[in-house]
Design a protein around this ligand. Structure first.
Ligand code: NDP
Length: 469
């Protein structure tokens, strides 16, 4: 047995991860349920072939790896992972490590930890972000499990991970489900980020009447400023591409219905369970669901038409406002995402290192950005802050962008431009920063119909109103 590590599942992610491992000088054994895919992989390994042992059976695969064996499972999330673990279990020996690197629901990961307890096998739940390119040349890697298990695989995982100014974007984040939870929130934030970019694109396209190449130039210019990020870069790039058949911008002929696989929804569900608002992520998930209702939207437009366009501002002022509104929206989305992680950290006793999370998201992953470097710094300076918005750097950013966000949301409302995530960000800030809210009325209503009681500003204890007397 000469392989130092194994990879099961040679789909987009598994195949690229295996090549990345080989590229970093580790000998890797690979296996895929469908053997044709294994053969294809072996044929495509090229000069890395001598670092790869392609196996047709799980038995051969296990035999090819030197014990104690680290085995990465990179198959479709859900039932296939359980099936794969069940098939592997009898073949592995004590101290072997099973690493689930797919997009698992962290609750499944928690269950798998419990299921494997006492088996002698070690389990790691590992979030990987970066898509195909990241898997091949350096993803962001979020690890959950026992810390000593992490220590055993740390060299290979840091070797294959992305580097931000030389620092590896791979880290141990906590016990059991911590890695997959953080990956889930990463994806939730990614949903919000993408949605808000799509919203300002919508304002430019449908309100300002700009064509795709003109919008591309705006995003391109933004990518040298505070919004500098992978998602802004690819947005600019995508909007510049022409369809070979029609000569039109390809974005104009892509169907406006977004897919989703679950991580955004899980982020929202978990945030709701913990009572932490993640309104920008919620708005983004709902927007994808609404996008999928194309037939209904066509019927509704036929029924209601579209609001008249007025208040159109021309020139650079509105573009500057859009840039700042997007930045303000980003602050809300990230503040919310980190607040959800803080709550989960307390609930599941993970002790999540917020600054480290921001640091390993600075390169490799889909939400990588300059902005994350600033978040890392903010949490390093102020590790226990209740909300990112309350750190000096981000509070300054909010002050600087608040008026722009307000103008863009107001103008969008007046012109019927849907900007649900940006509007939710504004509503979140406006609610969050108001010391005296309106829940006094809700408490009065609750006490009126359900005798739920309320607290008074001027006295201790629980009180009831003199309703109906
Ligand atoms: P692909 O669809 O490219 O590949 C799926 C893989 O899963 C194949 O190897 C397939 O084997 C295997 N598989 C499916 N069902 C079973 C089963 N019942 N038993 C055994 N193997 C099975 O998926 P990806 O590589 O894109 O995704 C893999 C994981 O990585 C998923 O959890 C995904 O959410 C996650 N991920 C994906 C990212 C991406 O950008 N694509 C980014 C980050 C995470 P077979 O060839 O036999 O069908």
């Amino acid at each position: 047995a000469e392989a130092e590590i194994g990879v099961i599942g040679l789909g987009v992610m598994g195949a690229n991860l295996a090549l990345n491992i080989a590229d970093n000088g580790y000998h890797v054994a690979v296996y895929n349920r469908t053997t044709a895919r294994t053969d294809e992989f072996a044929a495509s390994a090229g000069e890395l072939s001598d670092k790869v042992t392609a196996c047709a059976t799980l038995e051969d695969f296990v035999a090819a790896i030197r014990p104690p064996r680290p085995v990465i499972i990179m198959v479709k999330a859900g039932e296939p992972v359980d099936a794969q673990i069940a098939a592997l279990k009898p073949l592995l020996a004590a101290n072997d490590i099973i690493i689930d690197a797919g997009n698992a629901n962290f609750r499944d990961t928690m269950r798998r930890f419990t299921d494997l307890e006492g088996s002698g096998l070690t389990f790691i739940g590992m979030g990987v972000s970066g898509g195909e390119e990241g898997a091949r040349h350096g993803p962001s890697i979020m690890v959950g499990g026992a810390e000593d298990a992490w220590k055993r695989v740390e060299p290979v995982l840091t070797a294959i991970s992305a580097k931000f100014e030389g620092e590896a974007c791979a880290a141990w984040l906590g016990e059991n489900g911590a890695g997959h939870f953080v990956k889930t929130i990463h994806n939730g934030i990614e949903y919000a980020d993408m949605q808000m970019i799509a919203e300002v694109y919508g304002v430019m396209r449908d309100h300002l009447g700009m064509d795709a190449p003109t919008i591309a130039a705006v995003f391109s210019a933004w990518s040298t400023g505070p919004l500098d990020s992978y998602l802004i870069d690819i947005t600019a790039e995508v909007l510049m591409v022409q369809d070979a058949h029609t000569g039109r911008p390809i974005a104009d002929i892509i169907v406006d219905a977004a897919g989703q696989k679950g991580t955004g929804r899980w982020s929202v569900i978990e945030s709701q369970m913990m009572g932490v608002p993640a309104t920008a992520i919620e708005a983004a998930v709902a927007a994808r669901s609404l996008s999928a209702m194309r037939e209904q939207r066509a019927l509704a437009q036929a029924e209601f038409g579209l609001p008249a366009q007025h208040d159109r501002r021309e020139g650079q002022a509105v573009i500057k406002d859009l840039e700042k509104a997007l930045l303000a929206g980003k602050v809300a989305a990230y503040a919310q995402g980190f607040a959800v992680m803080a709550a989960a950290s307390a609930e599941f006793k993970w002790n999540l290192p917020m600054a480290t999370i921001a640091r390993i998201w600075r390169a490799g992953c889909i939400i990588r950005s300059r902005f994350l470097d600033e978040i890392a710094t903010a949490f390093t300076n102020d590790p226990d802050v209740a909300n990112l918005a309350l750190t000096p750097a981000f509070s300054a950013m909010i002050r600087d962008t608040d008026a722009s966000l307000r103008r863009i949301v107001a103008e969008s409302a007046m012109n019927g431009m849907p900007v649900p995530a940006l509007a939710s960000a504004l509503a979140y800030f406006d609610t969050y920063r108001r010391a005296r809210g309106t829940a006094n009325l809700i408490q009065a209503q609750r006490d009126f119909f359900g005798a739920h009681g309320f607290a008074r500003l001027d006295a201790e204890g629980e009180h009831h109103g003199p309703w109906g007397s």
